[in-house]
Design a protein around this ligand. Structure first.
Ligand code: NAP
Length: 261
């Protein structure tokens, strides 16, 4: 991030994982405009076609990449392709899988670990691959799709809850290690958005109140535009925190001390 970007210049080249559907698709379409290049990632590039078309219609240049984020080699290949055009200005770690809705001791160990691979190891590997080049260019932004699960106790889905707490800790490490060099990191809990993930979860059966995806997109968009850099390291909640209050805290430079693990 150069000096201008620290003053709030929008991120133009943005990598978004999990962009084929759900929250990642909402964010991709919300960030699409004519000054942006969006690099959209899902397991298969073909999954991304409808979202890519919508983003192009909004004026963005779009690159779609198939990558199984549970596989280290697949991520290494994806990072190589991304870096061939230079580092992105921003990474949105959105791809994720839900957990096993059973007590921790009843969960399948391989499935438990698979959740860590997608929800935690993938963001780590992507950042490990891209952040050094981002720092060489002066920094950049990382937006993690966190969850209330990162900061609460719950009796089931220990794989998911563990992965989101650890993702928050990884984000905190990125923040403290990279802040002086221009890295800005935000943990965003999206509330409860109606998506394929939540539709299939027992804990959301019968739910009638959902978070408006627009609230999620508003925070992602403000962060991409450089309006929330003062909150780097913090955890924010779509549908609960008003955008105005977050921007005020960011400007006052006090937000980053709040809501840390
Ligand atoms: P979703 O509708 O199930 O979408 C998941 C996305 O992740 C899809 O684009 C999927 O792409 C991608 N993905 C899954 N496994 C992948 C893999 N191995 N490799 C590459 N991509 C993979 O989920 P969502 O509800 O939008 O959730 C998005 C993020 O928000 C997740 O990190 C979730 O934990 C977090 N979150 C959601 C809620 C909510 O209310 N929905 C609440 C808290 C946190 P393909 O299937 O096309 O590969």
């Amino acid at each position: 991030m150069n000096t201008d970007q620290q003053a709030g210049i929008p991120a133009n080249r943005i990598l978004i994982t999990g962009a084929s559907r759900g929250i990642g698709a909402y964010i991709a379409e919300g960030l699409a405009n004519s000054s942006r290049t969006l690099i959209l990632v899902a397991r298969k590039a073909s999954h991304l076609d409808p979202v890519a078309s919508a983003c192009e219609t909004a004026g963005a240049d779009v690159c779609i990449l198939g990558c199984d984020l549970s596989k280290r080699e697949s991520i290494a290949q994806m990072v190589k392709v991304v870096l061939s055009d230079g580092a992105p200005d921003m990474i949105v770690n959105c791809a994720g899988v839900s957990g096993q809705e059973v007590a921790p001791w009843e969960s399948d160990p391989d499935q438990w670990w698979q959740t860590q691979l997608v929800n935690l190891r993938a963001p780590y590997l992507i950042q490990r691959g891209l952040v050094p080049t981002m720092l060489e260019r002066g920094g950049g932004r990382i937006l993690d799709l966190s969850s209330g699960a990162a900061v609460t106790d719950f009796e089931t889905s220990s794989d998911y809850w563990t992965s989101k707490t650890a993702l928050f800790r990884l984000g905190s490490s990125m923040h403290v290690a990279g802040f002086e060099r221009g890295l800005r990191v935000l943990e965003m809990a999206p509330g409860v958005v109606q998506t394929d993930m939540t539709r299939h979860m027992k804990m959301h059966e019968g739910r009638t109140q959902w978070t408006d995806p627009e609230d999620v997109v508003a925070i992602a968009s403000a962060f991409a535009d450089g309006k929330l850099d003062g909150l780097s390291g913090a955890f924010v909640r779509a549908g609960v925190d008003s955008l105005g209050s977050l921007i005020e805290k960011s400007i006052a430079g006090i937000g980053g001390d709040e809501r840390r693990l």
